[in-house]
Design a protein around this ligand. Structure first.
Ligand code: HEC
Ligand code: HEC
Length: 322
């Protein structure tokens, strides 16, 4: 008996030492550096690209990168389980902004998440693996333009401080870069409403990741493979709660009659997405922000696409609006 206890004791001691070594490794080893294989890209801006880039950025980048002066000078994004995370200054400032990035380095970062120093920017920074090359060029054209949002700002947000959890997810490769596309990506024809609606809601404006079950179960490369695709129930932001203190879950956008949009009309959908007003004038709450800059054709195309995806009855949402 004594002998067994002795062996067991040694075993646990060994295990504890291994765990301590692992914890020290996670906590103190340097950040992983990836090679930056940025494409040889020189974007030639024109007014159409700049305008489209500004429209995309207003809906996709500004929410995280806007500072109090209205420029994209960076701001506190979250102070929670992943750490104290500030977004970066992405104005044209040569010291604090991104003036030193080449067009190719920007495209590489926006697709893969790897910055010009070879560091991975964790999943909270937007990744656009399926966005068309034209739309990527529009974003870059906007970042280089004379739009007031990107004029030099000397705002210098602190570097992000990651928690142990984030460091561990990075070390274990659960948070990691996406591959750079091997072929050109072309957006679908805008007349093909189903294909175009899929593009708008899964490649360009990321409706699907908030509206599927869980951010950690999202498939960034093949969005349809995300768990609970468009079935809602995602606790998007733990700090945004209703009057009973419950986290506001994302809505089910599939055509289920009880927990989704099965009884909605296209007009109701249009008003909800663009104005933030639901049926019977019910306000659609934060963290859903109205997408005022989407065109009616884009929203109607999303509606057409949503008619074609598998219907999910989400039990989590049965009492959602009661
Ligand atoms: C959900 C929040 C979020 C959104 C949306 C977002 N970003 Fe970021 N971005 C960040 C954070 C946070 C960082 C800092 C990354 C880090 O090191 O953790 C960052 C970093 C960057 C950098 C790297 C700057 C540097 O110093 O190397 C660039 C460039 C950038 N973002 C551009 C964009 C553009 C363009 C968009 C819109 C298409 C965008 N971001 C959308 C949060 C966001
Ligand atoms: C940041 C996460 C987020 C993004 C991005 C997002 N949504 Fe939402 N959406 C939500 C949440 C959370 C709700 C629930 C709000 C509530 O309960 O009041 C919601 C509600 C809605 C509703 C109302 C449904 C109902 O039953 O009340 C519609 C329609 C909708 N979103 C469509 C979209 C579309 C289309 C996009 C992309 C263009 C999109 N959302 C992007 C989080 C998001």
């Amino acid at each position: 008996m004594k002998r067994i206890l002795k062996i067991a004791g040694k075993f646990f001691l060994g295990l504890i030492i291994l765990l301590l070594i692992f914890a020290a490794f996670v906590q103190f080893s340097p950040k992983k550096i990836y090679s930056v294989n940025s494409p040889d890209l020189k974007v030639i801006p024109d007014s159409i690209k700049i305008e489209e880039g500004a429209r995309i950025a207003s809906m996709l980048c500004a929410s995280c990168h806007r500072s109090s002066d209205g420029k994209l000078g960076g701001a506190l994004m979250e102070d929670g389980m992943f750490g104290v995370i500030y977004s970066a200054n992405i104005t044209q400032d040569p010291t604090y902004g991104i003036a030193n990035y080449t067009d190719g380095e920007l495209a590489y970062l926006l697709r893969t998440g790897i910055n010009r120093k070879g560091e991975y920017t964790p999943p909270w920074m937007a990744k656009l693996p399926n966005l068309s090359d034209d739309d990527i060029e529009s974003i870059i054209s906007f970042l280089r333009s004379d739009n007031s949002m990107v004029q030099p700002s000397d705002n210098n947000p602190p570097l992000p401080e990651y928690t142990f959890l984030t460091k561990m997810l990075l070390k274990l490769g659960m948070f990691g870069p996406l591959p750079y596309p091997e072929k050109p990506i072309i957006a679908p024809d805008t007349n093909d409403m189903v294909a175009f609606g899929k593009y708008i809601s899964t490649a360009k404006f990321d409706c699907y990741s908030c509206h599927s079950l869980d951010f950690t179960k999202v498939d960034a490369m093949i969005p349809e493979k995300s768990v609970g695709f468009f079935g809602g129930g995602n606790p998007v932001e733990a700090s945004i709660v209703d009057e009973n203190g419950n986290i506001i879950l994302s809505a089910n956008l599939t055509m289920d009659k009880e927990t989704g949009l099965g009884d909605w009309t296209e007009d109701q959908f249009l008003k909800a997405v663009k104005q933030g007003v639901g049926p019977n004038n019910r306000p659609i709450r934060n963290p859903m922000v109205p997408f005022t800059a989407l065109t009616d054709h884009e929203v109607k195309s999303v509606w057409a696409y949503l008619q074609t995806i598998p219907v999910i009855k989400n039990e989590k949402l049965v009492d959602r609006l009661k």
